[in-house]
Write a protein that binds this ligand. Structure first.
Ligand code: M6R
Length: 369
């Protein structure tokens, strides 16, 4: 049941520290090495993989996009992420050295299932990352890595998303361990960082009053844009999807670097724009690039809603509102950065009097193509 929360969605947002912790549980041995017992794919096959294709739909596909950044970085294997229905109906280059990763909360999404069947027919191995035990996709895959998010009832996916990212990261670290692309102590360090995430997610939940208040004040808004770079890009897309499906508001997620190639033309006085700011301690000037993007849109009148790390004061001159998340290594930041966006969509939809658990026209699992 709802456990004292006003909706299943609100409850499931609050379940997220557990969803991540439970997905990490029991997946290392006494020496701290990753052991993915359920992953019954021959190690020799996994060593030979030369391409990974993640197939999924909706939120699960955004989890795949986040995972791409991490898996390529750790394993040096090219990773493509493709919507399952697009993958199925083109002529993808897939063979016995391709690892297809099918991500699905329900395990029943027909589009994803058809992609799994198609991949296996071409000789690829398929690993499913699925939340629902006994569902069809794991049964038709070569192996399954379960997310332990617990049952997700609300149509909008929240805790499954965080658990999918976590499980995909475990798969990436496992491949890095197996193929020797990362030193054991580097892998142990990432696992340590992952284990610290549930407490950080809890801190975001505990400090969410500000985002709720802003959401309620924006109930009349007709359009919201979301910008992010690197792993913040799929987070921006996910934030936009949540707002569309729950609050029926036009919302778009963009890669921040793409602004000047078109979307900046949308910015006019008062346009609300969420910006997901990467850690200032990260590499590659990511942070300063995003700060310039906020400057650019603010100068054109955008109302900027900024998600930034605690202690990142560089955002202050350009932010109309700041929502803080704990300091986190760049690759793990989506696990905290998406939470204010979920709460924003849930609260705004509630303020509009909408049923957040059962948005119009949508089903929890889409079992037709
Ligand atoms: O059960 P699945 O993870 O395969 O579902 C995929 C999508 O249908 C799902 O994520 C959908 O986009 C959600 N309504 C998003 O909140």
């Amino acid at each position: 049941e709802k456990g004292g929360f006003s909706s299943f969605m609100d409850k499931e947002i609050h379940d997220q520290p557990h969803a991540v912790a439970d997905t990490l549980l029991g997946r290392t041995d006494l020496q701290g090495r990753l052991v993915l017992d359920e992953l019954h794919v021959d190690e020799a096959v996994l060593r030979q993989v030369d391409k990974i294709i993640v197939v999924a739909c909706g939120t699960a596909a955004y989890a795949g996009q986040v995972a791409k950044y991490a898996i390529e970085h750790w394993c040096r294997i090219p990773v493509e992420v493709e919507l399952a229905h697009e993958f199925r109906y083109r002529d993808p280059v897939v063979n016995a050295r391709t690892l297809v990763v099918a991500v699905s909360q329900s395990g029943e999404t027909m589009d994803t299932l058809m992609a799994v069947r198609h991949a296996r027919e071409q000789g690829a191995k398929v690993v499913a990352i699925v939340n629902t035990h006994g569902s069809t996709i794991p049964r038709e895959s070569d192996a399954v890595l379960y997310t332990h998010a617990g049952p997700e009832v609300a149509v909008a996916s929240t805790k499954a998303f965080l658990a999918q990212i976590t499980a995909a990261y475990l798969l990436g670290l496992y491949l890095a361990q197996l193929r020797g692309t990362k030193f054991p102590d580097e892998i142990a360090e990432v696992l340590e960082d992952l284990r610290a995430m549930p407490e950080k997610i809890q801190r975001v939940l505990d400090g969410a009053d500000h985002v709720r208040e802003i959401a309620r004040s924006m109930a009349g808004t007709r359009s919201v844009l979301f910008l992010g770079r690197h792993v913040g890009y799929p987070v921006a897309m996910e934030g936009a999807l949540k707002l569309k499906e729950l609050a029926y508001i036009h919302a778009e997620g963009f890669a921040a670097g793409e602004l000047k190639h078109g979307p900046i033309a949308l910015i006019e006085e008062g346009q609300p724009v969420f910006v997901i700011v990467p850690s200032p301690r990260g590499r590659d000037q990511l942070h300063s690039k995003v700060i310039s993007n906020i400057q650019e849109i603010r100068a054109r009148g955008a109302h900027t809603l900024v998600i930034a790390e605690e202690g990142d004061d560089a955002v202050l001159p350009y932010a109309d509102e700041v929502f803080r998340v704990p300091q986190t290594p760049t690759l793990l930041a989506p696990l905290v950065a998406v939470v204010p966006l979920q709460i924003f969509a849930c609260e705004l939809a509630t303020a509009k009097g909408l049923d957040v658990d059962q948005p119009r026209n949508l089903a929890k699992s889409v079992t037709v193509e």
